[in-house]
Design a protein around this ligand. Sequence first.
Ligand code: FES
Ligand code: FES
Length: 167
Amino acid sequence: MGTRHRVQLTVNGERRSGDTAGRTSLADFLRDTLGLTGTHLGCEHGVCGACTVLLDGSPVRSCILLAAQADGHDVRTIEGVSPPGGPLSPVQEAFCETHAMQCGFCTSGMVLASEALLATTPHPDDAEIDEALGGNICRCTGYVQIREAVRVAAARTADDERVVVRD
Ligand code: FES
Ligand code: FES
């Protein structure tokens, strides 16, 4: 057995720690050591974006980041986007309302990438939405409803008012 590394990080606002092998990915650490299985694994090669989490507020692919590289950093997963039992975040709510998910496999990564976009760009245009989510693959929706969800969330967050969702 190889050398084990103690990893300490902040996950969804809580200090968490665990021992890992040097090659353990952040995704495996989150899922297997911390039990945060909302982070999904698709390609495991940094291509699909299903494993997206926020590292110090920026989206990263947790399948190609070592847990040891996240030592001392702040990580947000889908479990930390809204409090247990709700309410949902504006982005999550908009994904539900606009039918921006079908099987849901890509959704946690999509939501986190959208949260990161709106944190830095509160009024994104379609090109900015496409750029921010372009690395996240969805096999179900065709992306139109996902883009709509980000638009709705942006409008709601910016104006703090309900907006009408198109059928
Ligand atoms: S599982 Fe990480 S990018 Fe696909
Ligand atoms: S909703 Fe199925 S992969 Fe996106």
